[in-house]
Write a protein that binds this ligand. Structure first.
Ligand SMILES: Cc1cc2nc3c(=O)[nH]c(=O)nc-3n(C[C@H](O)[C@H](O)[C@H](O)COP(=O)(O)OP(=O)(O)OC[C@H]3O[C@@H](n4cnc5c(N)ncnc54)[C@H](O)[C@@H]3O)c2cc1C
Length: 368
């Protein structure tokens, strides 16, 4: 029987795998995809994410990540810029996740790519993992790092803000627009949602956005209609996308995101990581940091002989306030009544943006 099986080779699963392998543990990691993939993500790497990556042996700058030093907030009327109160970078997930998985392999972890977990079931003192193409596995300890969606047999509550759909599209921008965007993350407000825009390592622009399901339905589900609404509500985006070419056939999408969810309890031998443990609203750009941190924390506590329950409680204590505040702000950003008040507050008190950015991050003293 394998000692530890990790389900999911994203940021959280890889962070745990590397930490366990460094301590000489025998680990198997199951990843459903055979090849590097694009993921729905704004690809903004916060200071906490960069710190974790460094500890895991990944040099984001060496992979070509771009520095992000400023933030602009744009709504129907104005654009307000300020400096980011911390270091940040941007890097595509296709590149970053693959670099981490390569490091996992280099550390001696058995990585099984193209292996999809169909179901996770309690079996005596351990767990049975049912796979799509191979015999099932019996294991003592499972690290569940499969991202936003539940593994069959292990469902979660839905989260506080649960009516949003997430999208990502890359654009080749007009050179003047790309030059103006360089070094900034831009937060764009529109009816029923918000977007983030920034350049990634190859010079293309990542437009990541979330939109209310009801709004999406009223637009017939067509992404060109969504873009039209976003541009109408945010003239700054219209300027940014003038003469821009979309680089994917259609945006990548993810629905039923349980924003605001933070897991508090665990069953014996089942450690939930990353989005399986906590889902912070996207505007904070700290979801990747949480994924990396939770993977490292879970592995360290496992190695120290602590229980899954103790880990889940500690992570909850570290993150619940930040996630709750971020979710409150995120709900305000998509509410027509509150959005205007928030934008006006930021215009009158530009420091508000920095304060919200600081209060919605993993606390510095929690980081390993
Ligand atoms: C619109 C949007 C924008 C965002 N922008 C940012 C941002 O700018 N900055 C930031 O820090 N965070 C951002 N996030 C959050 C961030 O993307 C996630 O928090 C992060 O990807 C979570 O990492 P993870 O390892 O938990 O899951 P994932 O990265 O989703 O990895 C899960 C892995 O598990 C694999 N898997 C899934 N199911 C199975 C299965 N059944 N069997 C085997 N393998 C499986 C998947 O293929 C995947 O590789 C954003 C999220 C959204 C929705």
């Amino acid at each position: 029987m394998a000692e530890i099986v990790i389900i999911g080779g994203g940021l959280a699963g890889s962070a745990a795998a590397i930490t366990l392998a460094h301590a000489g543990r025998q680990v198997t990691l199951l990843e459903r995809e055979t090849q590097p993939q694009h993921k729905v993500c704004g690809e903004f790497l916060s200071q906490e994410a960069l710190q974790s990556l460094q500890a895991l042996g990944i040099d984001a700058a060496g992979l070509g990540a771009r520095n992000i030093t400023g933030v602009r907030l744009a709504d129907a009327r104005r654009v307000k810029a300020s400096r980011l109160p911390f270091q940040a970078m941007s890097l595509t997930r296709r590149l970053l996740d693959e670099a981490l998985l390569q490091e996992v392999v280099r550390c001696g972890v058995h990585v099984s790519r193209g292996t999809r977990v169909l179901q996770l079931k309690r079996h005596g003192d351990g767990w049975t993992i049912h796979l799509d193409s191979q015999p099932s596995l019996d294991v003592e300890t499972v690290f569940a790092a499969s991202g936003k969606h539940d593994l069959t047999g292990r469902s979660r509550p839905q989260g506080v803000q649960r009516d949003m759909v997430g999208f990502k599209m890359y654009f080749d921008l007009d050179p003047r627009q790309a030059a103006e965007l360089g070094g900034y993350i831009e937060l764009l407000l529109f009816r029923g949602g918000y977007a983030g825009l920034q350049l990634v390592e190859d010079g293309s622009a990542n437009l990541g956005w979330i939109m209310r399901k009801s709004q999406l339905q009223s637009l017939g589900g067509y992404w060109q209609n969504m873009l039209a609404v976003m541009k109408l509500d945010c003239p700054h985006l219209t300027a940014r996308l003038s003469n821009a070419t979309p680089l994917l056939q259609r945006p990548l999408a993810v629905s039923s995101i349980p924003y605001g969810y933070v897991r508090r309890d665990a069953e014996d031998g089942l450690w939930s990581l990353g989005d399986q443990a906590a889902v912070i609203p996207s505007f904070t750009g700290d979801g990747m940091a949480i994924a990396l941190h939770s993977g490292r924390l879970a592995a360290s506590m496992y190695l120290a002989g602590e229980t899954a329950q103790a880990y889940q409680r500690r992570l909850h204590a570290q993150l619940s306030r930040q996630v709750a505040l971020a979710t409150l702000v995120s709900r305000g950003m998509v509410s027509p009544a509150v959005r205007g008040i928030m934008a006006a507050t930021v215009r009158l008190r530009p420091k508000t943006m920095g304060m919200i950015a600081r209060w919605t991050r993993i606390p510095a003293d929690a980081l390993l």
